[in-house]
Design a protein around this ligand. Structure first.
Ligand SMILES: CC(C)(C)CCc1c(C(=O)O)[nH]c(=O)[nH]c1=O
Length: 315
């Protein structure tokens, strides 16, 4: 089965990649993804300056997933811009690189986007703007404030002339799917949507010691893993139907080939792996790729692209 996917001006050997934040903060981590069976990779969401992030414990793996409140630890914009430079200089871009930006302010994000636009390898990079980035205290994250999301996209499109994408938080209400799609459809240069970021502000309790699992935010953190697959599939499909000209990248709850296949059916062209990558390491990509290949073959597909968006409803 041909697993290659050609979208966003690039051809990927298969639809699999990491979710921003997992196994992608340092050169060695990024190189381990380059060397893996993934179709491509994305860098840790960066801020203008290096950040230590929140105090540990800030991440916990769980039987059914994970919880995290990392606090945007990253090496800073220049580090990842440098990584793209030296890597892209390594000859043909065997894997186009996704570059995640999550400024602490809208201005920071716009400034980084402008720098990325001017980057010598800018054409070999796909910007994924993280809309779960922090807003002013007392306001919800950017992705949950439609006016702020519009302002953010106006600021970035004003300085970033290439097609780019956004990482969206999960939505849970049909009116919110409609409102968010209306904002996103007002920006044709937003060429892809990555659904979803972690399900925000879950609380995991260790009842052997009656204590929360992670230190930051009194234990509140983003949930990933098996817990979130139905929510991720719903967001992929909701935006696939509401934004037909945009490419959808699925993220959330992918542990095996069949989960990836479900994301394709729901409308995803590429599929990101987060929690399971953290647990298993980059070898997860070869396993999931082979499982996807076998599943598509069993179902008689010639290519995985034939499965994209083919979800059937019950008439
Ligand atoms: C949650 C923020 C710190 C505002 C953004 C970075 C981020 C983090 C993080 O760095 O804590 N974790 C996630 O699961 N998703 C994210 O988008």
């Amino acid at each position: 089965v041909d697993l290659s996917v050609s979208v966003l001006g690039h051809t990927f050997a298969n639809p699999l990649m990491n979710a921003a934040g997992v196994c992608c903060s340092t050169t060695e981590e990024l190189d381990s993804l380059l060397a893996s069976a993934s179709g491509t990779l994305i860098t840790k969401s960066c801020t203008a300056q290096q950040r230590d992030g929140n105090p540990a414990p800030r991440f916990k793996p769980l039987p059914l997933g994970s919880i995290n409140s990392m606090g945007l630890p990253n090496e800073g914009y220049e580090y990842y811009a440098e990584y793209v430079s030296h890597r892209a200089k390594g000859g043909a871009a065997a894997k186009p690189i996704f570059f995640s930006i999550s400024g602490m302010t809208m201005q920071d994000s716009a400034d980084m986007a402008a720098k990325l636009a001017a980057h010598p390898q800018g054409a070999n990079v796909l910007l994924e703007l993280n809309l779960s980035c922090p807003n002013v205290p007392g306001k919800p994250q950017i992705g949950y404030d439609m006016q702020d999301m519009r302002r953010y996209l106006e600021a970035v499109t004003a300085v970033y002339p290439r097609p780019f994408g956004v990482k969206l938080p999960p939505y849970f209400d049909m009116a919110h799917f409609d409102q968010a799609a209306e904002v996103l459809n007002a920006f044709p240069s937003v060429a892809f949507l990555t659904c979803i970021n972690s399900v925000g502000n879950g609380l995991v309790i260790d009842d052997t010691c009656d204590t929360v699992a992670i230190k930051p935010k009194n234990g509140f953190g983003g949930i990933g893993g098996e817990y979130v697959l139905p929510t991720a599939l719903a967001n992929v499909n909701a935006f696939r139907t509401r934004c037909p000209e945009k490419v959808i990248i699925g993220c959330g709850g992918v542990l095996c080939g069949r989960d990836a296949y479900q994301h394709l059916l729901a409308g995803a062209s590429l599929v990101q792996v987060g929690t399971q990558l953290w647990k298993e390491g980059p070898d997860a990509f070869r396993r999931i790729r082979d499982e996807l290949q076998a599943h598509l073959a069993r179902k008689g597909y010639g290519a995985d692209r034939d499965a994209i968006g083919k979800l059937k409803v019950i008439e």
